[in-house]
Ligand binder design. Structure first.
Ligand SMILES: C[S@@+](CC[C@H](N)C(=O)[O-])C[C@H]1O[C@@H](n2cnc3c(N)ncnc32)[C@H](O)[C@@H]1O
Length: 287
């Protein structure tokens, strides 16, 4: 953990038993040599090079600027960005949510293996996933696509035409059900906003003018038509080794997601698919 002050001590209280905290590092030399709660040693920041850790949790609540400076100090020492977490944003989900763990690990893997490109999410809703994509991939451009008006009438109607009982009886069989407050709600959660590009509008129309290559894309629009359109748009734009994640592939009331993957493979050929272990998302890797 980075930060041996009050905030860091609160982190220890919250995480004793779930995290194996090997030490605290801090820029305040008055704290070096102390043992927090009588057991967790405090070291100078440079000492992190000699400690065995698998992530560094920044425990500092002095605002975004100081937190960004700490991030810079750590990356300047060679700590991969995917191994730097921020408390309290992630202290619960970080260890219980496989998907966020996947984002973190893949951001690190992509940096280590030079998988270039931007990141995108289609289907942002209130930004609960986008904020983690922004945190883990903070040095990459992040495109956020959403109508910010829920589902389109056209997409819902084409979904109904498949006559899937599970979908017709399910809770999402309503236009506009996922109406969300505003872009501001999303941006208020974003810690590193400079690299974020909001694309408000209907997929696939909102893809117009997007000229980029991608390293990681999270597709979470629930329905067949926009999911298939997004797959067809991003696939040729993925870097080698890049990953597209399809949320809700295993959701019993959202059969359109699997149907979109099947249609995509029928058109583009079989792709390498893998479940990420969160119970709902399927990954596909660009060869
Ligand atoms: C399940 S929510 C996304 C949840 C979000 N990824 C999260 O983790 O919190 C689905 C979103 O897809 C958006 N959406 C569905 N169809 C769309 C389309 N054709 N174009 C743009 N956005 C769409 C909806 O507005 C909604 O916000």
């Amino acid at each position: 953990m980075f930060g041996a002050g009050n905030f860091g001590q609160r982190y220890i209280e919250h995480n004793s038993g779930t995290a194996d905290i090997v030490g605290a590092i801090d820029n305040d030399c008055d704290l070096h040599g102390l043992k927090l709660f009588g057991r967790i040693p405090v070291y100078p920041v440079e000492a992190a090079r000699g400690l065995a850790w698998d992530r560094i949790v920044v425990c500092n609540n002095s605002g975004d600027i100081v937190r960004a400076e700490i991030h810079e100090q750590l990356t300047g020492m060679g700590v991969p960005e995917g191994m730097i977490n921020f408390y309290p944003e992630e202290h619960m989900p970080e260890w219980i949510d496989q998907r966020r763990g996947f984002f973190r690990d893949f951001s690190c893997y992509a940096s280590l293996n030079t998988i270039d490109g931007a990141v995108a999410e289609c289907g942002v809703f209130s930004g609960e996933t986008a904020k983690f994509l922004n945190l883990y991939f903070r040095e990459r451009r992040l495109y956020l696509f959403d109508s910010f008006e829920g589902f389109s009438e056209e997409d819902i109607n084409s979904e109904r035409a498949f006559e899937d009982e599970a979908f017709l009886a399910g809770p999402l069989n309503k236009v506009g059900m996922l109406r969300q407050p505003s872009v501001k709600v999303v941006m208020d959660k974003i810690m590193f906003p400079d690299n974020v590009v909001i694309k408000k509008g209907w997929v696939p129309d909102s893809f117009e003018g997007v000229d980029d290559v991608f390293c990681f894309v999270n597709l979470d629009m629930d329905l067949y038509a926009p999911m298939l359109a997004a797959l067809l748009f991003f696939w040729p734009r993925m870097s080698q080794g890049g990953i597209i994640l399809l949320h809700d592939y295993f959701h019993p009331e959202l059969p359109g997601v699997k149907r979109a993957v099947d249609a995509f493979e029928a058109e583009c050929g079989a792709v390498c698919k893998f479940p990420i272990g969160d119970g709902c998302s399927l990954g596909i890797v660009k060869p």
